[in-house]
Design a protein around this ligand. Structure first.
Ligand SMILES: Nc1ncnc2c1ncn2[C@@H]1O[C@H](COP(=O)(O)OP(=O)(O)O)[C@@H](O)[C@H]1O
Ligand SMILES: O=c1ccn([C@@H]2O[C@H](COP(=O)(O)O)[C@@H](O)[C@H]2O)c(=O)[nH]1
Length: 210
């Protein structure tokens, strides 16, 4: 697909997708410079909910495909492939909506994109050249999510467990786990699997050297 390679990193919430993507990105940027690699996050494409009151926003099922504006993510990936700069939205997990500022993403030889439901959507799958799935066990993901959501996303233990039982766990079985079949590479132990990080970095080095 053209001269851009899009690498998707999918998997359950708190499986280590962000850590994996940022480790690959930062280590390659330190080695080769940052101009030829860009990173996008599916979470940035959660639908804007600024028209709703906060007590309405908390009722949204954020683990269902309908919570995402995947059409915009597809459009942005197509534009980046066509050599156009895009403005990626920014999302606040505390406010449950987009913030006004956007992040400018420039076209690059390699684009990393990470998110829970990337491989569930056929239109998105068409945009991916390489797909990676973080196969971290669900109980480990839950423990990490509890710590992260309390420390970084302003959540209480009660709200985390309710959301987990109602939405996060069902979405894993209904959408996320089945999408593993579309992955080219399945990674155990998430964001600290040094061998998997090395394999992806080697592939990217090859692409940049072509
Ligand atoms: N292999 C690991 N060992 C320990 N903690 C990890 C590991 N991978 C990720 N984490 C931590 O777990 C939390 C969730 O990881 P993150 O990369 O944000 O997951 P995701 O992007 O899949 O939601 C973060 O606090 C991160 O630092
Ligand atoms: O407003 C929101 C938006 C999303 N979430 C939760 O975030 C995760 C996806 O992000 P990860 O970084 O992959 O964990 C998803 O499971 C949603 O439940 C939210 O709680 N509130």
């Amino acid at each position: 697909m053209g001269n851009t390679t899009v690498i998707a990193i999918a998997g359950p919430s708190a499986s280590g997708k962000s850590l994996f993507a940022s480790t690959v990105y930062q280590e390659l940027v330190a080695e080769l410079g940052g101009e030829r690699i860009s990173v996008l996050s599916e979470d940035a494409y959660y639908r804007d909910q600024s028209h709703l009151a906060i007590d309405q926003r908390v009722l949204t099922n954020y683990d269902h495909p309908s919570a995402f504006e995947h059409e915009l993510l597809v459009e942005h990936l197509k534009k980046l492939r066509a050599g156009e700069t895009v403005h990626m939205p920014q999302y606040s997990y505390r406010e449950h909506t987009r913030v006004e500022e956007t992040i400018e993403v420039t076209p690059a030889r390699v684009i990393l994109v990470e998110g829970i439901l990337l491989l569930n959507d056929p239109a998105l799958r068409e945009q991916f050249d390489i797909s990676v799935f973080m196969d971290t066990p669900l109980d480990i993901c839950l423990l990490r999510r509890i710590n992260r959501d309390i420390e970084e996303r302003g959540r209480s233990l009660t709200s985390i467990t309710e959301q987990y039982e109602n939405y996060v766990r069902p979405a894993f079985f209904n959408f996320i786990s089945p999408s593993k079949n579309y992955a080219d590479l399945v990674v155990t132990r998430g964001g600290q699997n040094e061998i998997a990080i090395d394999i992806i970095k080697t592939k990217i080095r090859q692409l940049l050297a072509e």
